[in-house]
Design a protein around this ligand. Structure first.
Ligand code: SAH
Ligand code: SF4
Length: 438
């Protein structure tokens, strides 16, 4: 989502007559598009801003803007003030950036004082300057914000309530991407499957997905799905549209009902596993990935065991696993006590070990099979060209055996927990030894 926002910011700037610098060191305007979902990315921003403050104190003339989720938070404003940031522009105000820059420019000569701020969210998703498609795959935002209130999560504060983009606007951008040669489109939102809800006259997500798929992309992906509203109708659209990719990211967060309740996730683990079962029954060769948080306040060893067990039952092929990060302003930060870091680290390691074994077994089962792979990077500087299968596996193919990007049939010859190695069908056998990384 941030990558898409960054491209949108760039295209707004270019439309406003600015030019993109080849390197940050050449720029006279530096905009940091930030993430605030966990503490780590915030620490990174602080370190970059510290660096910039030093450069400015040594005479570099550069305007600095803080954008993205951190900009929207009190925590972000404090950081921005501390480091002398010039512009503070939230993720709901990207379309106000040019105007903010103009205001800043007009002040520059004279009484420049405080920061120029553009925060908050308009009532609707503006028809902004869509980023020009780059390469074979592209992102497409279909909605903004989140109406859930998971107790650990800062997103409702940074991105505001859910607003879905008008279907005509989504389809117009999708058609332009298709016409520009984009083969793979990823529909983006915090909870794409609640697309259109609460806005009269809007199509449902399955309907929108069908309409985008009918534009003829090689592949249509979407992220993120919330288990609420992950309906049988949606599963049927995935199952019956060959170009809707058979990869589903479905955050579980925890396998313990007690923890799910404290997280204010609106489903219980039985319901979650029932969705996974239905997906596996209906969608051929599907890959399911998930998000899990370990060490949520009050999580007992028994709760954690329930998470390990649920992950095993769901047989996730991939997972993004996080230690709970207490985010100022969230309900869990205010009301619960963080647990010792060692406990979180230890649980995370156990979960990662279990997942690695599952991912490796799932990937090894593909050795000898032929997958459709969209090669997006020819690996000019490395030994491997890189692509993704319809199930979102990362697939590496010897660079000298592929001469063009696009969809190739690839026979899988090796596997690690995170990637597959393969040979393009019809390519001459290569003489490179297989590297087994883990
Ligand atoms: N809207 C999506 C996810 C958005 S954030 C959803 O609900 O599924 C992406 C992931 O970051 C979440 O799924 C969660 O696993 C993780 N996350 C969010 N807040 C976190 C926190 N405070 N600490 C650790 N992980 C967090
Ligand atoms: Fe955060 Fe929960 Fe909304 Fe996802 S559904 S963005 S985790 S509040």
């Amino acid at each position: 989502m941030n990558e898409y926002d960054t491209h949108t910011i760039q295209s707004e700037l270019v439309a406003g007559g600015h030019e993109l610098a080849a390197h940050p060191a050449d720029a006279d305007l530096l905009l940091l598009n930030t993430c605030a979902v966990r503490g780590k990315p915030v620490e990174k921003v602080v370190s970059v801003l510290g660096d910039l403050r030093k450069q400015r104190s040594e005479g570099r003339d550069v305007t600095v803007g803080l954008m993205g989720c951190l900009a929207q938070l009190e925590e972000g404003r404090e950081v921005a003030q501390k480091f002398g940031v010039d512009l503070l522009v939230g993720p709901g105000a990207i379309t106000d950036l040019l105007e903010a820059l103009e205001e800043y420019g007009s002040l520059r000569s004279g009484e420049r004082g405080g920061m120029i701020e553009r925060l908050g969210f308009g009532p609707e998703l503006h028809d902004y300057q869509p980023p020009p498609p780059r390469g074979l795959s592209g992102f497409l935002t279909i909605m903004r914000g989140c109406n859930h209130h998971c107790t650990y999560c800062i997103v409702p504060d940074t991105r505001g309530p859910e607003v879905s983009r008008a279907p005509e606007s989504v389809l117009r951008e999708a058609a332009a991407m298709r016409a520009a040669g984009v083969a793979e489109v990823t529909l983006l939102g915090q909870n794409v499957n609640s697309y259109g809800m609460g806005q009269p006259g809007m199509p449902s997500f399955p309907e929108l997905l069908r309409a985008v798929a009918d534009l003829g992309f090689e592949r249509v992906k979407f992220t993120t799905s919330h288990p609420m509203n992950f309906t049988s109708e949606l599963i049927d659209v995935i199952a019956t549209h060959p170009n809707v990719c058979n990869y589903i990211h479905l955050p579980m967060q925890s396998g313990s009902d007690r923890v799910l309740r404290r997280m204010a996730r609106e489903y219980r683990i039985e319901r979650y596993l029932a969705i996974v079962r239905e997906i596996r029954e209906k969608v051929a060769e599907v890959v399911i990935s998930t998000d899990v948080i370990v060490g949520f306040p009050g999580e007992t060893e028994e709760d954690f065991q329930a998470t390990l067990a649920a992950a095993e039952t769901a047989a996730f092929e991939q997972a993004y696993m996080f230690m709970y990060s207490a985010r100022p302003g969230t309900p869990s930060y205010k009301h619960f006590t963080d647990m010792p870091r060692e406990v979180k680290v230890e649980r995370l390691q156990r979960l990662i070990e279990a997942q690695k074994a599952r991912s490796l077994a799932a990937n090894e089962a593909l050795v000898g099979k032929t997958l459709r792979v969209l090669v997006k990077d020819l690996g000019r500087d490395s030994r491997y060209a890189v692509g993704h299968s319809d199930q979102n596996h990362t697939v590496l193919v010897p660079a000298e055996s592929v001469s063009s990007m696009g969809v190739k049939d690839v026979t899988i010859t090796g596997a690690t927990p995170h990637a597959l190695y393969g040979e393009a069908v019809g390519a001459a056998p290569h003489g490179i030894e297989l590297v087994m990384a883990s």
